[in-house]
Design a protein around this ligand. Structure first.
Ligand code: F6R
Length: 613
């Protein structure tokens, strides 16, 4: 979803801005644009479609400005078009802005500004911002260094909704102003130059030192300094945070696609997730957590709230937390949770899972849980992301940047992290036999090697994908924890192959969905829970009888002649099996998408980071 880049320094800004936008392509977008300042004049260039189309614009090479803002737009208000692309400027071209987020009251503001004589040339909500800044700038009678900032602040006071705004102006051609509310934005600190981005990977090749700007804070950037202000325009101090990710970790590294790279990165990602949290002698350890037995004894419910794949990781987490900690655990979709007045109070622990840490619904759900007095814990991959600034506690997956829209290593590292968390709680609560804990810890440590082993099914999966890539519907079945993996496998397939797919609890089949099974349809079964093998096999038998073709992902010894294809994966404690059994499903959706000639990393209509509701 929309991306922002900004540069102020000594170098020509346009190549840096376009390079940054190219690194943000994975977020999903439909148009792009840049604005630079030269001799007090703002030059705006925009295109519909890919960032690289900017290179074809007449005059793009002649932009000499060393200050600029840039944007990739994902349409919310108004169709994807050059006109609607950002940057937008005010009528007199004195202010240019790029904006992520949604201005909910833009219609009222547009009416107000129209009455004042302003004209609008796009269908966007964003275009009101530079005009509103212009309106307030005109009203300023004090002509000092803060004049533009005051106008921006006054304009922001009128905005309802979410925004990360980057502004340049001919009135202060050596400065850039940024502000954020409920939309991500970071500032990269360089030497005699500074950067802005909605996403760290876009500017990681330029700097590893970042300032994190909070909601309703403003930053004024010059080449040599960044000054921060609160919403009363009082100066505030910020410390520089150093990010450990390397620039190459955000590149393809010889793989055809980021998704394939990230599937292969899972063993290492999980090693990083485990880190020093599972010491050989002694209990699980989280540097940032200080839960006590008394507190855990006092809670009567855990809620796990997330969206999409992160929610599927939560479903696995529920199984593990209930098994080990004996605390009732509910999983909810963030966009549902936030609007249904959930029954939570001071005795509820709410866990929010989000790879990006910027998902609007998940953050809103977290804020609601806090209002209701619950303790909140965020599981995320992005240090300093918005969610971490809201939650009482934050723990990190440390999986490295995930660029492909379809989440892979984030899911497996989330499952591993929540498993370690469950063990940490169980050790404090003494809720389960120590032998079980010991066994699980040993099994977690073996997961990276077992994923490496699992990835070897690649060729078999590729072969299978050639047989099914033209299918219209594919079904996924599983029982217990395998059902949660079926849901994730089905989501992955829909997302990047555009094949309609459904996942069902295998036992639920007879209650309706079996009516859809007809000759030749493909059904994928996941069978890893030893206690449910026979029941799962019977359910698969039911679809075979009705003519389905079957692919079974299993670590059990099943009769070979029953099924069309069996993919054998390494054995593991069934509670952790999703970390292994999801891998063939990730590869399957990847290879089907490739067979269909689709853009694996940037599926249609989807964005990596869903920062609007
Ligand atoms: C699916 C996928 C999405 C995300 C969801 C939540 O492959 O990537 O379903 O899991 O949008 O995103 P985060 O985890 O960033 O909150």
């Amino acid at each position: 979803m929309c991306g922002i880049v900004g540069y102020i320094g000594k170098q020509k800004a346009s190549p840096i801005l376009i390079n940054g936008l190219l690194r943000l392509e994975y977020r999903g977008y439909d148009s792009a644009g840049i604005a630079t300042i030269e001799e007090n004049k703002i030059n705006i260039m925009k295109v519909k479609g890919r960032v690289k189309n900017l290179y074809n614009l007449d005059g793009i090479d002649n932009l000499k400005g060393t200050i600029g803002i840039a944007h990739t737009r994902w349409a919310t208000h108004g169709i994807p078009s050059t006109q609607n692309a950002h940057p937008h400027s005010d009528n007199s071209k004195e202010f240019a802005v790029v904006h992520n987020g949604i201005i909910e009251n833009y219609n009222d503001l547009k009416t107000f500004l129209t009455e004042k004589g302003y004209k609008f040339y796009s269908q966007t909500d964003t275009e009101i911002i530079p005009n509103l800044v212009h309106y307030y700038y005109q009203k300023e009678d004090k002509d000092d260094d803060l004049k533009v900032l005051r106008a921006v602040k006054n304009a922001c006071a009128d905005l309802k909704g979410s925004y990360a705004i980057e502004l340049v102006t001919s009135h202060a051609p050596n400065k850039m102003i940024v502000v954020r509310k409920d939309s991500p934005l970071v500032i990269g600190k360089g030497d005699g130059e500074n950067y802005i981005s909605s996403d760290i990977p876009a500017i990681l090749s330029f700097t590893k030192d970042f300032y994190l700007i909070d909601d309703n804070e403003f930053a004024v950037l010059t080449r040599d300094a960044v000054e921060f202000y609160n919403n009363k325009l009082e100066k505030i101090n910020k410390k520089v945070e150093s990010i450990q990710w390397s620039a190459t970790s955000a590149e393809k590294d010889g793989y055809d696609d980021y998704m394939l790279k990230e599937i292969h990165e899972q063993p290492n990602a999980i090693r990083e997730t485990i880190g020093s949290r599972l010491p050989e002698d002694g209990p699980c350890y989280f540097e940032d957590l200080n839960f006590t037995k008394e507190y855990l004894d006092s809670i009567n419910k855990i809620y796990i709230v997330a969206c999409g794949t992160a929610m599927h990781a939560g479903l696995v987490g529920k199984n593990i937390l209930e098994k080990l900690c004996k605390i009732q655990t509910e999983v909810d979709i963030a966009s549902e949770f936030r609007y249904r007045d959930p029954l939570i109070n001071t005795q509820t622990l709410c866990i929010f899972i989000s790879q990006s840490g910027e998902t609007a619904d998940t953050i809103a759900a977290l804020k609601l849980a806090k209002q209701k007095g619950a303790t909140t814990l965020a599981i995320t991959n992005v240090i300093g992301s918005s969610i971490t600034r809201e939650a009482d506690y934050s723990i990190y997956t440390h999986a490295g940047p995930e660029i492909a829209v379809a989440s892979t290593k984030a899911y497996t590292s989330q499952v591993v992290l929540i498993s370690i968390l469950a063990i940490y709680f169980a050790e404090l609560l003494e809720s389960v036999d120590t032998k079980i804990i010991k066994n699980l810890k040993t099994e977690i440590l073996k997961l990276p090697a077992k994923i490496e082993e699992t990835i070897k099914v690649d060729k078999q999966i590729q072969e299978f994908s050639r047989k099914v890539f033209q299918e219209k519907d594919i079904f996924f079945l599983g029982r217990g924890i395998d059902c949660t993996v079926a849901q994730e496998g089905s989501l992955k397939l829909k997302e990047i192959s555009y094949i309609h797919s459904e996942a069902y609890a295998a036992g639920e089949l007879k209650h309706g969905p079996i009516a859809l099974i007809e000759k030749g349809i493909t059904v994928i079964g996941i069978i890893t829970d030893p206690q449910l093998v026979e029941k799962s096999v019977s359910n698969i038998q039911e679809v075979i009888t009705r003519g389905a073709k079957t692919l079974i992902i299993t670590n059990q010894d099943l009769p070979q002649n029953h099924f069309d294809t069996i993919i054998k994966i390494p054995e593991v404690n069934y509670l952790l099996s999703p970390v292994i059994s999801v891998v063939p499903l990730q590869l399957l959706s990847y290879y089907i998408s490739k067979e269909k000639g689709l853009d694996v990393d940037k599926p249609r209509n989807l964005a990596k980071s869903v920062t609007v509701e």
